[in-house]
Design a protein around this ligand. Structure first.
Ligand code: ARG
Length: 466
């Protein structure tokens, strides 16, 4: 049989150098297994690739490799079945997996760590795990965009007020408004793809910090794990977590976009706007006010942006004072990263679903556009096109708005004689400019709100997302 397993008793986990046991408090304070066991699948995948490369390089023999493969398969099965016994004394996921492997297969398990350190191991695990999550998030971003595009599809002619300063500005179509968010999420997807390229590099081979004297074939390991290449500097490989910070920056920006959309949903479904209704399943009632239906899901999506942004600040601060190379501080990168992924994934999923269930109230939107004198600019443009200097036209229309306000009517509802009093060149064709729909149609510049333009954008997005 094999020699005693040094990992079986944590007091000797590193070496015989230690003369006194760790206190219970220090053990609990330094252990990460409570959360990093989430990296187990990545840890095993990384170990398998490392072992296969070691065997290919004849650093371990084929029998050892077979034992390691068999043992790790069993460890994986135990973890999946929930029968694996995680030990706090074994500190983290790496030592837990390795100890169990050694229990199962003896000496081969103890050879797995040849030419490797937990420093390059953990950096590899996080990258592998994050890469998988990035691919899931990319799919969720597509889902989010699709939900918005599908909602927009029926509303290229649905007029709503566009706002600046949250004051009614000019008529836009509801579809145009929704497609603004599609642009934001499309950029988020681009950013994510860019982050992925830098996440997808192999740290293994850096060992503790300086590289290793074993003839490792790092490119081989990289290929086995689907990495695009290797980290070129061993010191950098084990120490920097900029890829996690960058990912958090992406996630924060995406959550800010979600938060803005959530804020608009909250506004739109309030009684004062009444632009949309949300399906009951996304609302909750009040325990005291019987009339209430609160948009809790949207509010939480808005609120949860705070924790994701907070994690970005946490990770930046975690990194900023660290000298090269690995420091235990880095163990603190995991919980914020995990929570960022979970929060963003859940939020995208629930928001995409909720958007799919939005009930649009076009009359309320159009009414708000009319009551807000949203076509005032159109009237000024109409006059300017007849040769009135724009500044004078602006002044004349301000006067007309004042008159309409006093009478409580829309600009389009002013009698023609009244309008013509503003300027002698005003003719019947002014009504086209004054109606919200005419206003929409006129803004046919590329990227503008004209239905034909928005339709073209819709088609472009549909193709892109197909
Ligand atoms: N649990 C550790 C972490 O998350 C793994 C690396 C430990 N390395 C070490 N030299 N103590 O960073």
């Amino acid at each position: 049989m094999s020699a005693p397993n040094p990992l079986a008793n944590k007091q000797q986990a590193w070496s015989a150098l230690f003369t006194e046991p760790m206190s219970e408090l220090v053990q609990r304070y330094t252990a990460s297994v409570g959360f990093d066991k989430r990296l187990a699948a990545a840890d095993i995948e990384g170990s398998l690739a490392h072992a296969r490369m070691l065997a290919a390089q004849k650093i371990i023999d084929e029998r050892d490799l077979a034992d390691i493969e068999r043992g790790l398969a069993q460890v994986r099965a135990e973890i999946d079945a929930g029968t694996f016994s995680w030990k706090l004394e074994l500190e983290d996921v790496h030592l837990n997996v390795e100890a169990r492997l050694t229990e199962l297969v003896g000496n081969a398990g103890k050879r797995l760590h040849t030419g490797r350190s937990r420093n390059d191991q953990v950096a590899t695990d996080i990258r592998l795990w994050l890469r998988g999550e990035i691919d899931r998030l990319a799919a969720l971003l597509v889902q989010m965009q699709r939900a918005l595009v599908e909602l927009a599809a029926g509303h290229t002619e649905t007029v709503m007020p566009g706002f600046t300063h949250l004051q009614v500005a000019q008529p836009v179509s509801f579809a145009h408004h929704l497609l603004a968010y599609v642009e934001m999420f499309a950029r988020d997807a681009e950013r994510l793809a860019d982050v992925r390229r830098r996440v997808n590099r192999l740290p293994l081979g850096a060992a503790a910090l300086a590289g290793t004297s074993y003839p490792l074939d790092r490119e081989h390991t990289a290929r086995l794990l689907g990495f695009d290449g290797v980290c070129e500097n061993s010191l950098d490989a084990v120490s920097d977590r900029d890829f996690a910070i960058e990912f958090s920056a992406f996630a924060s920006i995406a959550m800010v976009h979600v938060s803005r959309l959530a804020e608009e949903i909250v506004l739109w479904m309030s009684q004062n706007f009444g632009f949309i209704d949300l399906a009951d399943r996304y609302c909750t009632g009040s325990s005291i006010m019987p009339q209430k239906r609160n948009p809790d899901v949207a509010e939480l999506a808005r609120g949860k942006s705070g924790r994701v942004i907070g994690h970005l600040m946490g990770l930046l601060t975690l990194m900023k004072g660290q000298p090269l190379t690995y420091n235990k501080d880095n163990q603190e990168d995991k919980e914020p990263l995990f929570d960022t992924v979970d929060t963003l994934a859940d939020t995208l999923r629930i928001m995409a679903e909720m958007v799919g269930g939005i009930v649009v109230k076009p009359e309320a939107m159009e009414h708000a556009a009319r009551r807000g004198y949203a076509t005032a600019t159109d009237l000024a443009d109409y006059l300017a096109k007849k040769g009135v200097p724009f500044r004078d036209a602006h002044e004349a229309v301000a006067h007309a708005v004042k008159v309409a306000m006093q009478r409580g009517v829309d600009l389009a509802e002013l009698p023609m004689a009244e309008l013509q009093a503003l300027h002698r060149d005003i003719g019947d064709d002014v009504l086209e400019a004054l109606t919200p729909r005419g206003s929409l149609r006129s803004r046919a510049v590329r990227g503008g709100t004209a239905p034909a333009q928005v339709q073209a954008q819709l088609e472009r997005h549909r193709q892109r997302l197909a």
